[in-house]
Ligand binder design. Structure first.
Ligand SMILES: Cc1ncc(COP(=O)(O)O)c(C=O)c1O
Length: 420
């Protein structure tokens, strides 16, 4: 048996098939280096999908910080140590004034769970509002709060009575609707709520930037219903949008609770919740504790990620490269009618493929073919969105201009070979 066959066989024996493998033909990856992944056979792939390894796979500065700290101390946060307070105050300094109390946890799911617990404790209400197509985590409660899951394959199909789903504010497919009004109606129908859990740029719902003014209005409606605005920055935070450290900032909105994950640890399992002193205090006398959340190794890694973002000017880079990428993709859009929409901010981009410019029928097979063909050419992409026809681009932020040129060149060839 080959290495790959053996690994697949062991995987099938010991790992649940509810954890699917990316790509038709599984990739055996043995090494990551900045924006590249290397397979067992030595092929180098440009990784355009992994927004977890934010400052680059195995960035040497992050690796060194983790290794060094692991050899000195790794304990829990009931002790006083500099890394924790330094890290929490550094992140707080990047957030709007008032959002200065941080909780450190181990995953985005855990962070969203805590955010909702805080919102319920603070407001005394239970119900939550989310946006269709959204994914917020793998716990029982978050699956119930993720339309991507409960309306997707294997899902129960209908929301729990305490979950209220607002339509996707998608200007491409649903431009004829008043998105603010739809959000307002969803909240009015919900009655008193604990909060709205929302991404400031929709990821699983199809790489959709929120329409201008949407978040501001949503906050108003949420507050009128007695709830809190919880912004899930797990996919888009830490400068990915280019203009700001946090995607919600472009809207000039101050959320009540901010949830951070994925890129926060560049692949190391960590996440965080930031909120105000008053909201944090609502947990009351019940102790809150995480055995490994915020441990010295995580803090060292988190601090190193922040250093790299600053030292390598990654916000600027995301802005410039994002604009360059989108303008190249728009040229392809002019050339190939199958490219229905190109959208995004910074290095968070979606390409929506359609069969027909009038009906906007999703070109699912074509999207899958493009991903497959691009992989053969050494570029890793994937699809998402409720109709499975959006190619998502959210690479490590250390991408180079030449990587974009290569991608555009290959995409041009692959699209020209399409039947649509
Ligand atoms: C927007 C969003 N929130 C939360 C999560 C959950 O994060 P984790 O997988 O770290 O639990 C994810 C994971 O994909 C996500 O995309």
């Amino acid at each position: 048996m080959t290495d790959l066959a053996e690994l697949l066989e062991a995987r099938n024996r010991h790992i649940s098939n509810s954890l699917s493998i990316g790509h038709d033909k599984p990739l055996h990856i043995v090494k990551g280096e900045l924006q590249y992944l290397y397979s067992k056979d030595g092929t180098r792939y440009l990784d355009l999908v992994n927004n977890v390894c934010h400052v680059g796979h195995c960035h040497p500065k992050v690796v060194a910080a983790g290794q060094q700290q692991m050899s000195v101390l790794s304990t829990n946060t009931r002790y006083i140590f500099e890394g924790l307070t330094k890290y929490i105050s550094r992140v707080a300094d990047t957030l709007p004034e008032g959002l200065n109390v941080g909780f450190m946890v181990n995953s985005g799911s855990e962070a969203n769970e805590l955010a909702i617990r805080l919102a319920r404790a603070y407001t005394g209400s239970y119900d939550m509002v989310v946006i269709d197509g959204g994914y917020h985590g793998n716990t029982s409660m978050l699956v119930q709060l993720s339309p991507y899951k409960f309306l997707g394959p294997g899902g129960v199909g209908v929301p729990e009575s305490w979950v209220h789903v607002a339509p996707i504010p998608d200007n491409y497919r649903r431009g004829m609707f008043d998105h603010n009004e739809e959000m307002r109606n969803t909240i009015l129908q919900a009655g008193r709520i604990a909060g709205l859990l929302v991404e400031p740029m929709l990821s699983c719902a199809g790489q959709i930037p929120l329409p201008e003014g949407f978040l501001k209005q949503a906050k108003k409606y949420v507050h009128e219903a007695g709830g809190l605005l919880i912004v899930d920055e797990v996919q888009v935070g830490f400068g990915r949008v280019g203009t700001h450290m946090w995607a919600f900032e472009e809207e000039g909105v101050v959320p009540d609770i901010v949830v951070l994950g994925k890129s926060i640890g560049n692949g190391h399992p960590m996440a965080a919740v930031f909120t105000t002193k008053e909201i944090a205090a609502s947990l009351g006398e019940m102790e809150w504790f995480s055995s490994t959340g915020g441990n010295p190794v995580s803090c060292a890694i988190g601090n190193a990620v922040l250093d790299v973002i600053e030292e390598e000017c990654l916000l600027n880079r995301a802005k410039e490269l994002g604009e360059y990428f989108v303008s190249g993709l728009r040229i392809l859009q002019q050339k190939y009618p199958v490219v229905g929409d190109v959208r995004g901010r910074g290095l968070f981009i979606g390409i929506e493929l359609i069969e027909d410019t009038i009906t906007l029928t999703p070109a699912v097979n074509e999207a899958n073919r493009v991903v497959k063909e691009m992989r053969k050419r050494g570029v890793l992409l994937s699809t998402d969105g409720p109709l499975h026809n959006v190619i998502k681009i959210k690479p490590p932020m250390v991408l180079e201009r030449e990587d974009i040129d290569t991608t555009l060149r290959h995409l041009d060839v692959v699209l020209s070979e399409g039947v649509l």
